[in-house]
Write a protein that binds this ligand. Structure first.
Ligand SMILES: [Zn+2]
Length: 383
């Protein structure tokens, strides 16, 4: 998607993956080309994650110790080392506006089968590499999840202190070249561990805080339970960011718990796979049933794919790109299919968030539930 099209959906901030930019083209190359904003032609805010999550979930082999993580590059197989200091250095070279602390991300508690199934569903068919990595994350008989969680939690606090020291040392906390460092609360689905982590992580003075380690395969109920418990433990006057979420119901439940920020690959990853979000559920545009469907992806949608006329696009009569045409594009392997459905999906989530902001002001959640039936399950506490 061209940056201007992304901006016109109402998107104000992008997330860049540090892990991928670290391996290719490398932070030095991005820095030489003027930092991530110039590199990708995006002049609005950018957030970079720390690279930790992918180092754990995608790497072929990795080892973690108190100093950092060593993993094998998925690009060339070379050994790559990430420490809290190196993660802050890399993000400083990339030049994002919000940078994330490097944390220890233990695997989710759910059994492997359950994780695989749910994670595969979220990942879609596109990234078998990641699916494999998650499946491979099987544990030996001696694996003690509670012990692993506790170690990760304690390590994450020590690593945040090291991240902050490096962030201050580099002058990234100052006005020129300012980058806002966010700490990440961990603890899996163990609410006691979440409380412990929130107290210590939020006890370290920073511009914002995140909830990490959710949406790694748990149920919506489990995600909502962790978020409802954890968000109120985080400072009210600073951004609360829920990483990697998600579906409409999960977003709404988290907003009601007091979360302000989200990121997720769903709109574009599902868009690339011909799955379009609509208020009443996702539709698979490859289905034969859409072959001669002249309607837009979603009636009433104001995105450039559904309502090109609103965007000054000279289609015949200002009419939509039809479901039948988009299906054809996917069947023929044409690039425009993924572009149009991604455009629609990104705008879909912007419309959802606009409506959530309006509903917070007007406090009419039953009206909201009527407009967004897929989000209803996340509104249990207010309907
Ligand atoms: Zn649309």
């Amino acid at each position: 998607m061209l940056p201007d099209l992304v901006a016109k959906t109402g998107s104000e901030i992008l997330l860049n993956n540090t892990y991928h930019l670290l391996l290719r083209p490398g932070p030095e190359v991005v820095a030489q080309l003027g930092g991530v904003h110039r590199f990708m032609g995006w002049d609005r805010p950018i957030l970079t994650d720390s690279g930790g999550y992918q180092a754990y979930s995608m790497a072929d082999t990795n080892s973690v110790d108190d100093e950092g993580v060593t993993f094998k590059s998925i690009v060339d197989g070379s050994s790559v080392r990430l420490t809290p200091e190196r993660a802050v250095e890399v993000q400083s070279q990339l030049g994002a506006d919000i940078v994330m602390a490097f944390d220890d991300c233990p695997p989710a508690e759910a059994g492997n089968e359950q994780i695989s199934e749910s994670a595969s569903e979220q990942i879609g068919e596109e990234d078998p590499r990641l699916t494999r990595a998650i499946r491979r994350d099987s544990r030996g008989k001696n694996y003690d999840h509670a012990a692993r969680l506790k170690t990760a939690n304690e390590r994450t606090v020590r690593w945040l202190e090291r991240c902050k020291a490096e962030w201050v040392r580099r002058g990234s906390a100052g006005s020129a070249g300012e980058q806002a460092l966010f700490g990440i609360v961990q603890g899996g689905t163990d609410l006691g561990q979440r409380s412990w982590s929130a107290e210590r992580i939020c006890g370290i003075e920073l511009p914002g805080y995140a909830i990490g380690g959710v949406a790694v395969g748990e149920s919506s109920e489990a995600i909502a339970g962790v978020v409802r418990h954890t968000a109120p433990l985080m400072p009210e006057g600073k951004p609360r960011y829920l990483m990697g979420v998600g579906y409409e119901r999960d977003i709404v439940a988290a907003v009601l718990a007091g979360v302000d920020m989200f990121d997720c690959v769903l709109p574009t990853r599902n868009g690339r796979n011909a799955n379009a979000f609509t208020a009443s559920g996702q539709i698979r545009l490859r289905n034969a049933g859409f072959a001669v469907d002249a309607g837009p992806i979603e009636a009433g949608c104001d995105c450039a794919a559904c309502s090109p006329g609103l965007h000054g696009w000279a289609t015949p009569g200002g009419g939509p790109f039809s479901r039948g045409y988009i299906r054809h594009l996917f069947m023929a392997g044409e690039m425009l299919g993924p572009i149009l459905v991604s455009l629609h999906n990104v705008r879909f989530f912007q419309r959802l968030m606009m409506d959530i902001r309006r509903t917070i002001r007007e406090d009419d959640w039953s009206g909201f539930a009527d407009r967004w039936p897929q989000a209803r399950a996340g509104l249990a506490g207010v309907l």
